[in-house]
Design a protein around this ligand. Structure first.
Ligand SMILES: C[S@@+](CC[C@H](N)C(=O)[O-])C[C@H]1O[C@@H](n2cnc3c(N)ncnc32)[C@H](O)[C@@H]1O
Length: 210
């Protein structure tokens, strides 16, 4: 779906799988610029000095955009190459962007209750569906009391059981699972997706429910 080979015998839950894709330049998911539906949100939020976590940030186009808006961005990926690409991006803002080379599930407890926002795009679908509750719990753990989870869930038209990554996102099931710990504030499918992803993604805003 992203146009890369599914490499058998390489476990996508391990960084080596993704490292290889960066090595061979098979990064069909990368849109070479910030996520369009997010840009509108970034423009409408007061992000100055807000702490933002971007899981599985890849080459960090959203990270750069968030930093330009004054946010303090924590960009996390378990592959080093994209983090280095962020660092050498001419728009890199050193005192605004924190590059964290880590598995998202292993970020330190110092991150607990720290973040005003988590912006998610194509990390959730990169993760094996069996770890999705763990992902939800991570987001819950790191957001502060008033924090918001803003996710562009993709691909919602793909069955979850099919081969991945990307793994399909069953929206109803996903919302049900998040509802255990989050309030669903808004679901929006009228968004300016790029043409090849139109109808296959949905923007969801959530807040912690406790
Ligand atoms: C499909 S790419 C998306 C990158 C970026 N969000 C974007 O939209 O361009 C998924 C990214 O998540 C990273 N990733 C996958 N599982 C991860 C994990 N458990 N911890 C940290 N990073 C992870 C991969 O290395 C890859 O950079």
């Amino acid at each position: 779906m992203w146009g890369f080979f599914f490499i058998k015998n390489m476990n996508h839950t391990h960084s080596a799988f993704w490292e290889n894709l960066y090595d061979i330049g098979d990064i069909g998911w990368d849109l070479s610029g910030p996520t369009k539906p997010f840009v509108e949100i970034f423009n409408n939020l007061d992000l100055l000095n807000k702490k933002v976590f971007v899981p599985g940030c890849g080459n960090g186009h959203d990270v750069i955009e968030l930093a330009k808006k004054g946010a303090e961005v924590y960009a996390v990926d378990f592959v080093e190459a994209p983090l280095l690409n962020i660092k050498t991006n001419p728009d890199f803002i050193e005192n605004k962007i924190h590059l964290i080379h880590s598995d998202i599930f292993e970020v330190s407890n110092n991150f607990n209750n720290q973040f005003d926002y988590v912006f998610e795009y194509t990390c959730y679908c990169a993760i094996d569906p069996k770890y999705r509750e763990k992902y939800r719990d991570l987001v819950y753990r790191i957001l502060n009391k008033k924090g918001k989870f803003i996710s562009l869930f993709f691909p919602i038209l793909k069955p979850e059981i099919d081969d991945g990554p990307p793994f399909g996102v069953d929206l109803a099931k996903t919302l049900e699972m998040f509802k255990d710990k989050f309030n669903i504030l808004e679901i929006n499918q009228s968004i300016n997706s790029i043409p090849k992803r139109a109808g296959n993604e949905v923007l969801v805003f959530m807040s912690k429910n406790g």
